[in-house]
Design a protein around this ligand. Structure first.
Ligand SMILES: [Zn+2]
Ligand SMILES: [Zn+2]
Length: 269
């Protein structure tokens, strides 16, 4: 083989698949379309700010923001959150509400790039984003719950057990898939031990009281023995009023669980 033929042969054998793949489908950011090796480019990523410590110590509601962390801008989040501040780091909602969970925390606000990211993950089913999202949960987990003793992870099912049995559709939903990746990252087992047993309406259409009624009796623990005296971390995408997560916490507590910790990607107003 001549030198030039050898070069051509080596070049095409060595690199052809990656070379063509990058021409046809260059890696781009899922939100802005910029070239990026990661599904979320550095610029979009830099717009998603981790809450940190200025939050209600019970439900994780953020109290304020520093000059470098413009978490709450003109979107109205600031007024909505700030009016609930009390002097002892507990928001007024937590003082009045009998929550069934022990603590709730979120990675950031449900707005901007994080809201877009959750939306494409959940509704467009871009499940390759689960690695990025699990990274956000991991960061929040280590910061808020690193010293807590947590026995296993669970999440919110959205298919009725009866429907899944009749259709044979046992595919994991977006949160169950995320829980699997997150569980591997923090080395705590994902129990997948909660079933949905009642059809519910979309929460967005309901007021606070209707949400609580809507979720009442909606969930069931598959195996109570797995939760007795255990501390369970329940993850979800967004904490808004917390009524779904509070209902799941109640279901787990009634099955014998000790403490329920909540962790969500985002906190809604
Ligand atoms: Zn981007
Ligand atoms: Zn609170």
């Amino acid at each position: 083989m001549t030198g030039s033929l050898f070069f051509m042969h080596t070049f095409f054998n060595f690199n052809i698949s990656g070379f063509l793949k990058d021409i046809i489908l260059p890696p781009v950011c899922v939100l802005c379309g910029r070239l990026s090796e990661s599904p979320l480019c550095d610029i979009c990523n830099s717009e998603i700010n981790f809450f940190g410590s200025d939050i209600c110590s019970r439900c994780g509601k953020p109290f304020g923001y520093g000059p470098s962390e413009n978490l709450m801008d003109a979107s109205g989040f600031k007024e909505k959150f700030d009016k609930n501040i009390t002097s002892d780091n507990i928001c007024s909602l937590c003082k009045n509400e009998g929550y069934n969970f022990y603590m709730a925390r979120s990675f950031s606000l449900y707005k901007g790039k994080l809201a877009e990211l959750i939306s494409v993950y959940k509704y467009k089913k871009y499940y390759y984003l689960k690695e990025v999202l699990a990274g956000f949960l991991e960061r929040a987990y280590k910061f808020y719950y690193g010293i807590e003793k947590i026995d296993h992870i669970d999440t919110v099912p959205d298919h009725l057990m009866a429907e899944m049995q009749s259709t044979g559709n046992a595919a994991l939903n977006h949160m169950q898939q995320l829980a699997q990746v997150f569980a591997e990252k923090i080395r705590i087992p994902f129990a997948d031990n909660i079933l949905k047993i009642k059809k519910t309406q979309r929460q967005q259409l309901l007021d606070r009281e209707q949400r609580m009624m809507n979720q009442a009796g909606a969930f069931k623990v598959k195996d109570c023995l797995k939760v007795v005296d255990k501390n369970v971390l329940v993850i979800d995408d967004v904490f808004t009023t917390g009524s779904t997560l509070n209902q799941i916490s109640s279901t787990l507590k009634n099955a014998g669980a000790q403490r329920i910790y909540l962790l969500t990607l985002a906190r809604g107003a």
